[in-house]
Write a protein that binds this ligand. Structure first.
Ligand SMILES: *[C@@H]1O[C@H](CO)[C@@H](O)[C@H](O)[C@H]1NC(C)=O
Ligand SMILES: *[C@@H]1O[C@H](CO)[C@@H](O)[C@H](O)[C@H]1NC(C)=O
Length: 324
C-alpha cells in the first residue's frame, strides 16, 4: 500500500451557495462566527445556511466531541452546532426534489493531527475515532431537512440522518461530483477511494483506478438497480477529475468538464458526445480550482443555459505533483 493519508495541501472547497449579506454591492460585512470552517455550505431555506467542515479539532463541541457541522441564521448571524456522524471531508452534495439536502462520501475516520482513526478498517484506514468520534465517511449518504436555529437540531426531523450501516453508497467516493438528473434523482460521479490531490501515478500506468485509489464509476441516489457503471470520461481525464464540473442541460444530458476535456453525457445510456478541449490548456477542476457557474435561466433568454468558467491553471500536466 502506498499513500493512505491526504497531505495538508489537499484542501478542498465544495459548492458554495450563499445569500447576499452586504447591503452594498462590492463590499464585505462581518457576519459573525460559523463555529466550524465552511468547507461546504448550502442555503437550506430562506433562514438557514448549512455548513459542513471536515472532522477536525474545532473548539465548538457537539454531543461531547468537536463539531464539524453547523447552521448559520441569516437574520441574527448566529450559528448553532449540528452533529454529523461521518467524516464529511470533501463530500459532494445536492438538493432533493422534496426540499431536503443530501451529501455523499468523504474521507475515512481521522483522529487528532489527521492520523487514521483509533479503530481501523482491515486495510488500515480509519473506521472510527475515539477522540473526534467520526466514522468513515467514504460511503456516507447524509440527509438533512432544513429547519431553523430555534428548532431542536440534533435529534428528530431536523437532525442530520447519517447512519452508514443503514444507508450508504455502493462505492467509496471522496471528491465525487453530484448532479441532479432530469428524473429527480442525483447521480454521483467518480471519486477517490484513497489518496488524493492529483490522483494518478507518474507515469500514468493505470488511468482508470490509479492502482485501486480512484473509482471511475457512477451511481444514483435513490439507488438504481445494478452495479455502478464505468464512465469513460473519468478514465480519459484521469487524475485531474476530482469534483468534476457538472451541469444538467434541458435535454436531460449532463455537461461534464474535467482536466482539459468536456463532454455531453447521457447518463441513462452512458453515451458521450465529446465537446472541444478547454481553450489555452486551462484546467478548472480541483486542485486547479477555477470558478464556474450557470448564468440565470430567464424568460428573455428562453431558459437557454450559458456556462461561465473563470480562472484555473494552465500548468503543464507534467508539473502537477506525482501521486502523494
Ligand atoms: C425527502 O426524501 C428523503 C429520501 O430521499 C427523505 O429522507 C427525506 O426525509 C424527505 N424529506 C422530506 C421533507 O420529506
Ligand atoms: C489529463 O488528460 C490527459 C489525457 O487527456 C492525460 O494524459 C493526463 O494524465 C491527464 N492529466 C492528469 C493530471 O491526470
Amino acid at each position: 500500500m502506498r499513500s493512505l493519508r491526504l497531505p495538508l495541501r489537499a484542501i478542498c472547497i465544495a459548492s458554495a451557495i450563499s445569500t447576499a449579506l452586504a447591503a452594498t454591492g462590492g463590499t464585505f460585512e462581518e457576519g459573525g462566527s460559523t463555529l466550524v470552517s465552511a468547507m461546504m455550505m448550502f442555503l437550506g431555506n430562506d433562514q438557514s445556511v448549512y455548513i459542513l467542515d471536515k472532522a477536525e479539532g474545532n473548539a465548538a463541541q457537539v454531543l461531547g466531541h468537536p463539531a464539524w457541522g453547523s447552521v448559520w441564521d441569516i437574520k441574527t448571524r448566529r450559528a448553532v452546532v449540528m452533529d454529523i456522524k461521518t467524516n464529511s471531508f470533501c463530500a459532494s452534495g445536492m438538493h432533493l426534489p422534496n426540499g431536503s439536502y443530501v451529501t455523499f462520501g468523504g474521507n475515512d475516520a481521522v483522529g487528532q493531527n489527521g492520523v487514521a482513526g483509533s479503530q481501523k478498517n482491515p486495510d488500515g484506514t480509519g473506521a472510527w475515532d475515539s477522540y473526534y468520534q467520526d466514522f468513515d465517511g467514504r460511503r456516507a449518504i447524509r440527509i438533512v431537512t432544513p429547519c431553523t436555529i430555534t428548532d431542536t437540531l440534533n435529534s428528530g426531523p431536523c437532525a442530520w440522518y447519517d447512519e452508514p450501516t443503514q444507508l450508504s453508497l455502493r462505492r467509496e467516493r471522496w471528491y465525487s461530483a453530484a448532479e441532479a438528473t432530469g428524473e429527480g434523482e442525483v447521480v454521483i460521479i467518480g471519486g477517490f477511494v484513497r489518496g488524493g490531490f492529483v490522483n494518478r501515478w507518474v507515469p500514468n500506468v493505470d488511468p482508470a483506478t490509479s492502482d485501486g485509489q480512484a473509482d471511475p464509476t457512477y451511481e444514483y441516489y435513490p439507488p438504481r438497480s445494478g452495479e455502478p457503471r464505468t464512465f469513460d470520461f473519468l478514465i480519459k481525464t484521469s487524475g485531474l477529475n476530482s469534483y468534476a464540473h457538472t451541469y444538467l442541460m434541458p435535454s436531460g444530458r449532463i455537461l461534464v468538464q474535467a482536466n482539459l476535456s468536456t463532454t455531453l453525457w447521457d447518463h441513462n445510456t452512458n453515451v458521450e458526445t465529446p465537446l472541444p478541449p478547454m481553450p489555452k490548456g486551462v484546467v478548472r477542476v480541483y486542485p486547479a480550482s477555477g470558478a464556474t457557474t450557470m448564468l440565470p435561466l430567464t424568460v428573455a433568454n428562453k431558459y437557454t443555459p450559458t456556462l461561465l468558467f473563470c480562472g484555473g491553471s494552465d500548468m503543464p500536466e507534467a508539473d502537477y505533483a506525482p501521486h502523494p
